[in-house]
Write a protein that binds this ligand. Structure first.
Ligand SMILES: Cc1cc2nc3c(=O)[nH]c(=O)nc-3n(C[C@H](O)[C@H](O)[C@H](O)COP(=O)(O)OP(=O)(O)OC[C@H]3O[C@@H](n4cnc5c(N)ncnc54)[C@H](O)[C@@H]3O)c2cc1C
Length: 344
């Protein structure tokens, strides 16, 4: 243990990994603390640690644990809850920014499927852009700027109807334990960790690399669409019908991500990202017939289709986020209509 009597936690860490610890006022400190999507989570830790390699992180973490140095870990920065991927006051923010690396691992390999080895630093934009020239895709985030830790929360993807939660497409997590040991968690090695990480967030260690199954990129149809306030009811009706279908077109890819926005002038816009099979777009007919004020709907590459979601990643506001799930019933839809339409 480092003698910490007259030293701050930052001094202790700086001695252990010289040149990789940054204090307030430095460019790296400011960039790393402001990499959080929501400005509400732009906290001020005593220092930022940006390791250049897994080994450097493996040296520092047990030392931090022994010396009771509080720390947080951040990758893509889309966790909006202050303190969950950020830390305030006496503590250290670890940014995975330099834990990069994207490599396709074709067959034959240890996991019996072709996969992408992706360093924890990467966002879905990095990953989809890397795979597009290979005509490959992974089951990943719907919004390009979100980071790899989506895989630690289950992960809802536009391709989940066909391939399940994003986490279920990870074949191996390379991770650092609090002891400093780097392990592989997969079906054969540390299977308990492999199970727990598919929803376990940051509770079991720091993930250094995700090995994610790849699929051939399919032909898709869809994009972003927005409807003016005169079409709000029609858009809500279409969403309700789409989600409450018990039977319907057999399109495992069909997915929507809807949103409503009220701008500063009080104008209400209802929008959605739509994705369907490129060969049969009939699952989306009910949306196509509503006159839109903005649309990118067409047959397009997956990466182009999701590119409008980049607008959701600007670090220019304080955001709050409350995910929840419910059965779509007409009574629920009426509540939304009342809130957004009648109370306007
Ligand atoms: C605009 C927006 C769109 C979203 N879209 C989707 C979506 O389509 N599907 C979906 O499922 N979710 C979605 N989410 C939720 C998103 O998946 C989670 O917020 C996710 O945690 C973000 O990952 P990140 O790497 O960007 O976040 P970060 O803020 O970097 O980290 C999130 C959590 O993971 C921990 N963590 C970070 N890196 C590591 C690491 N290397 N090892 C261990 N723990 C780590 C952090 O401590 C924190 O608790 C969305 C969120 C936002 C804000």
């Amino acid at each position: 243990m480092i003698e910490a009597t007259n030293l701050t936690s930052v001094d202790v860490l700086s001695q252990s990994v010289p040149g990789h610890v940054y204090g307030p006022g430095s460019d790296v400190y400011e960039a790393e603390t402001k990499a959080m999507w929501s400005q509400a989570a732009w906290l001020r830790p005593s220092a930022v640690f940006v390791p250049s390699s897994p080994q450097q992180l493996a040296e520092a973490v047990p030392m931090m644990a022994r010396n009771n140095i509080r720390f947080s870990i951040r990758s893509g920065g889309h966790m909006p809850v202050p303190g969950h991927a950020s830390v305030d006051g006496d503590g250290v923010l670890i940014g995975t920014t330099r834990l990069t690396g994207l490599q396709l691992m074709p067959l034959p390999n240890d996991f019996g499927v072709p996969y992408l080895a992706a360093g924890a630093a990467h966002t879905w934009k990095d990953i989809y852009e890397y795979l597009a020239p290979h005509d490959l895709i992974v089951v990943g985030g719907r919004v390009l700027g979100v980071g790899s830790s989506l895989l630690l929360g289950g992960g809802i993807s536009f391709l989940s109807g066909k391939h399940g939660f994003a986490a279920n497409n990870v074949v191996n997590f390379q991770m650092l334990l609090a002891s400093g040991e780097i392990v592989n968690a997969n079906q054969k090695s540390h299977p308990d960790l492999f199970w727990a990480l598919k929803g376990g967030s940051n509770n079991f260690g720091i993930v250094l690399r995700y090995d994610i199954k790849v699929y051939p990129e399919e032909k898709v149809w869809g994009g972003a669409v927005a409807w003016g306030s005169e079409q709000t009811q029609a858009a809500l009706d279409a969403q309700t019908e789409f989600m409450s279908r018990k039977t319907g077109p057999n399109d495992p890819i069909a997915a929507i991500m809807s949103n409503m926005e009220i701008d500063a002038s009080g104008t209400l816009t209802t929008g959605a990202m739509l994705v369907s099979s490129g060969n049969d777009t009939s699952s989306m007919e009910l949306f196509k017939k509503i006159p839109a004020v903005f649309s990118t709907l067409s047959h397009q590459r997956f990466l182009t289709l999701v590119s409008p979601t980049s607008v959701y990643s600007a670090r220019d506001k304080r955001y709050a986020s409350w995910p929840w799930a419910c059965e779509i019933l007409t009574s629920f839809q009426n509540t939304i209509s009342k809130y957004f339409i009648e109370d306007q």
